[in-house]
Write a protein that binds this ligand. Structure first.
Ligand code: G6P
Length: 610
């Protein structure tokens, strides 16, 4: 995720903001840049890649000046290149701006700016903001008024920092949706997206709230709302150490990433749901509706958790879009002689966008004439670049090796694709609206499901010493059984199998005794009664049963040794909620076994070899 650091005060700014950026490296980024204002001049240096590349570009003599603004970018719109790196400048080089978040109406604003004669130099959504500010600022408005006037024109989420050669000792910062703070030093001030960037200099910070704008000078700072009414804000004192802050106060990245899923789900849905039409807006597909209508078969491919998400996509697309779907392990697909032609849509799922087998499968599909789409998290990754189009997850960097937030993001993205393909075919507007509404509620429901963490933690205490576990589910929750088992084995090294609940009778049932914990994913959905029957079969053989059930369901209490509840949602969306307690379970068990949760043995975050 992107990072922001700004400085104004008596010291040279470039080195200070560069050090601040290094403190934000753990968040993941793909390019970096900084701007320094000095006696009416603005100097900007940017570089794709690591901060070391920016340091090389700065050379032995970084620009001198007492006001500086820096950024690490994690691409959302446009690949990670020098031009797309922040800060962005206006046409005349008076202003520099850094931005975290997504400007949803950037396409419309960009077209209007170009028509009014502006020259935009990047593919980012962020750059439009600096040109909007330019129009007001060069027209005579002070920087503060120009920034608030520009922000009134944008939709979406932002945390921004802006400097101007016309007000050389001023930083203006504003927040809506992306974190930002003002850090208070002695005769100097910082702005930052994260306290770890400034902790070396001060522990006193003021957190901005949504809708607030800050004017920061060396000797003072003011915080106002967008109507220019001054706010009185409390100063917070930070007593955490750096390592804790970098993980947002959590013990591990995996836990942080599990708990931030309400937010990442919001990000994958933002700007894409069109409730009135029961449809979706997917700006990155790059395939016309006519071409999507010509598709007569879909192949979903990926590895690991991405392959599990694909299985859920198969059920969704067949049920609602009425298209035949096959799910292929990418590593198998590429070495078979797959039946693929120009009417086949091949969709590659990959968090990293770099998995070698998935990339090779997509290349093979393309070679055979198929249209290819990517459901990818990392913008500008190889898969994202090579496919015809796709849907980005916007989940932010996933640092824990075991995939969590990317998995739920992929399922949500597959639901969006299902709506798109379905509405072009037989899915009615009423059915479409129902799914759109179901999706819109998901972030809040995910929050509720995650509130069960203390319950899951107590269950984990009971499972720490087990050597095996079986995960069972049916329908949409069969792939969740696979994913739950994968999470447990990946990070706790406990042998675990996922199975379709009924298939268990054809083999795994032989393993069941009173030492075998069996995890049932049993929400109240179309196959609920069938799952209950399977649960009875397992219980009769003495297993210890953990059931994931719908809130308020008391029907399983007599059979299950432990229960954890998830809120009710549409059947096709239950996996997004039912996997959450299973992620937490794997996490808490692994922690109790002393495992290295974020870096499990032998595993890699991104497998770039076949
Ligand atoms: C690795 C990771 C898994 C991930 C898989 C596919 O094995 O450890 O968590 O699911 O690769 O990665 P991708 O980036 O393509 O989704």
């Amino acid at each position: 995720m992107c990072g922001i650091v700004g400085y104004t005060g008596p010291r040279q700014g470039a080195g200070l903001v560069l050090d601040g950026l290094k403190r934000l490296e753990y968040r993941g980024y793909d390019s970096a840049g900084l701007a320094v204002v000095d006696s009416g001049r603005l100097e900007v240096v940017k570089a794709a890649g690591k901060i070391a590349a920016l340091e090389r570009a700065l050379g032995a003599h970084p620009p001198a000046g007492h006001t500086a603004l820096a950024h690490t970018r994690w691409a959302t719109h446009g690949a990670p290149t020098d031009a797309n790196a922040h800060p962005h400048t206006d046409c005349g080089g008076t202003l520099a701006l850094v931005h975290n978040g997504i400007i949803e109406n950037a396409t419309v604003l960009r077209a209007a700016l170009v028509q009014r004669g502006h020259q935009l130099r990047s593919e980012t959504d962020s750059e439009v903001l600096v040109h909007l500010i330019e129009e007001l600022h060069l027209g005579g408005a002070p920087l503060l008024d120009a920034v608030s006037g520009a922000l009134a024109q944008v939709e979406g989420a932002y945390g921004i920092g802006v400097v101007s050669t016309r007000e050389p000792d001023t930083l203006v910062a504003a927040r809506r949706g992306s974190p930002l703070l003002v850090a208070i030093g002695d005769g100097e001030h910082f702005i930052a997206s994260d306290a770890s960037a400034v902790l070396a200099h001060t522990r006193s910070v003021v957190y901005l709230d949504d809708g607030e704008i800050a004017v920061v000078r060396p000797g003072d700072y003011r915080i106002l709302d967008l109507a220019a009414v001054e706010r009185v804000k409390a100063v917070s004192r930070i007593d955490w150490d750096l390592a804790t802050i970098e993980r947002g106060g959590y013990a591990h990245f995996m836990l942080k990433e599990i708990l931030e899923q309400p937010e990442t789900l919001r990000n994958v849905l933002r700007g894409r749901l069109v409730e009135d039409d029961g449809d979706v807006h997917l700006g990155g597909l790059n395939v016309t509706d006519a071409d999507l209508l010509a598709v007569d078969r879909i192949v979903l491919t990926g590895c690991g958790s991405s392959w599990h998400a694909a299985l859920i996509g198969e059920y969704m697309l067949e049920e609602l879009a009425r298209l035949p779907v096959e799910v292929e392990y990418a590593s198998e697909f590429r070495y078979r002689n797959p039946i693929v032609d120009e009417r086949t849509l091949v969709v590659g799922l990959s968090q990293s966008g770099e998995t070698a087998d998935t990339l090779a499968a997509l290349r093979e599909a393309k070679r055979r004439g198929a249209r290819t789409l990517g459901i990818v998290n990392v913008v500008g990754s190889t898969i994202a670049r090579e496919v015809d189009g796709g849907i980005y997850l916007h989940a932010g960097p996933e640092i824990g090796v075991a995939s969590t937030k990317a998995f739920t993001g992929q399922i949500a993205a597959l639901a969006l694709l299902t709506l798109k393909m379905g509405r072009l075919r037989a899915l009615s507007i009423l059915q479409g609206r129902e799914v759109v509404r179901g999706l819109a509620h998901l972030p809040a429901l995910a929050q509720r499901a995650l509130a069960q963490a203390p319950v899951v933690e107590r269950i984990a205490d009971q499972l720490v010493a087990t050597t095996n576990a079986l995960y069972l589910g049916r329908g949409y929750n069969f792939p969740v059984a696979l994913e739950g088992a994968l999470k447990l084995k990946e990070i706790s090294y406990i042998h675990a199998e996922g199975y379709p609940a009924a298939e268990m009778k054809h083999g795994p049932i032989a393993l069941i005794d009173d030492k075998m914990p069996v995890v049932f994913i049993a929400p109240r959905d179309a196959v609920y009664q069938k799952v209950v029957s399977n649960l009875e079969e397992v219980k009769t053989r003495g297993a210890r049963v953990l059931a994931v059930v719908t809130e308020g369901d008391t029907g399983l209490a007599r059979l299950a040794d432990y229960q954890v509840e998830i809120p009710e949602t549409l059947d096709l969306l239950t996996p997004i909620l039912s996997v959450l307690p299973l992620q937490l379970l794997a996490y808490y068990v692994a922690v109790r076994r002393g495992c290295n949760v974020d870096q499990p043995r032998n595993l890699a975050k991104s497998v770039t070899v076949e």
